[in-house]
Design a protein around this ligand. Sequence first.
Ligand code: XMP
Length: 487
Amino acid sequence: DGFSAVKLFNQGYSYTYDDVIFLPHYIDFPTDAVSLFSSFSRNLKLSTPCVASPMDTVTESSMATAMASLGAIGIVHSNNTSSEQAFLVRAAKSYRIPFSSDLIFLSSSDSILSEDFFNSSPCAFVTESGNRQSKFLGIVSRSDWEALGDKEVRVSDYMRKSPVQFLPNGCNVEHVAGFLAKETHELVPLVSSDCTDEGQTIKGFPKLGFPSVGPDGKFLVGAAIGTRESDKVRLDHLVKAGVNAVVLDSSQGNSIYQLEMIKYIKRTYPDLDVIGGNVVTMRQAENLISAGVDGLRVGMGSGSICTTQEVCAVGRGQATAVYKVSSFAAQQGIPVIADGGISNSGHIVKALVLGASTVMMGSFLAGSTEAPGTYHDQNGVRVKKYRGMGSLEAMTKGSDARYLGDTAKLKIAQGVVGAVADKGSVLKFIPYTMQAVKQGFQDLGASSVQSAHDLLRSGTLRLEVRTGAAQVEGGVHGLVSYEKRSF
Ligand code: XMP
């Protein structure tokens, strides 16, 4: 039934994600048993296999912070001066778990009549006489209060009574996040050792897996650089800002410029992980791996704003590119980032199962609250700007190195400027998307990214190519209208 990946991808066609479909396998575990822990690079692991693309309409400090707090990672773009970029990295890394020190107290006979009572705090502390100095009795969280039918009920009837679990004030980000994820709590009071009846409350921490924290105890943050001499100075600034990985940003990574840069970085900063790319063939990958990369970025012309394939006649269908490069890179122990062309959770399942360890996304994240820029109205739709780094507009600001690589004077655009609809916060829609990805894995009988790779390579997982009509049938069709948002 169906084809093995080896057979399907060796027939001379360049397939995109939409061209291929997996056949369902056997389920013997629940969705929640699926783990999406994966490697971003040789030395960096993520609990959420997502990467925010180094584009100036996608990743600056708020995106990098949000991605790290979700267990993913953001790569800060380099369409700025080196000190601006280092500032953005430092800002993202210095961010701590959101917490509130503005405490609210009340007594158990009080009622909370309006949401305003909470101000911006996620909870209030109940004490015997309703103030900080008296005995601690419990907690009322905003979500408990919101769930109440009758808002006049006294807090004694629904508060979480003591003993409420505390953590000591001063424990590190990793410890707090691990506790919240394990206990499925949305907040935990931190108390200093000499007092147990007051403390600081941490605002909700995303419950999805573990945040990405580096050996320095701070959020993992990556940054992009180019391959010019001036990028060595840029890199020095970034290393001083504590960057955890650097991505060599080029649309065709198999170049003498990049090979030399990789060797320079590995010589100068042996502990810094370097991602090379972009590549789409095994031969390209082999060169970068020999030069010492710790990860590969795969994709050429598959991005939503890309015109490289049309302008230069070079590239590869993303499903084929991911499969081919991953099968080679896996033998060398190098993780692959599937970059571009992700527009739904199914594409993420396909990228990960075909061999990638993580997916890099631009348009999927660009309309979020955390993306740079402001919302504006376009024909009644709230949108944010999203532009290719090879668009004339972005290149005019300085990103031309990615698309020229050398000293060419005439700028040829390889990308467009557009807009994407408001998607809300990544803190909400990434967990939702990951749950959908887990369901895809469950249907395939794969309980982890590694087991998906093993099932594909052993030929146990089977695929087929979809005809144009099958693709239409696989999407919503035959309705006059429908509600697209599902969360
Ligand atoms: P998505 O599909 O996620 O793609 O929006 C994001 C990826 O597209 C690449 N990129 C470009 N490719 N011209 C291109 O050919 C461009 O102007 C351009 N800008 C970004 C990049 O790899 C990114 O991660």
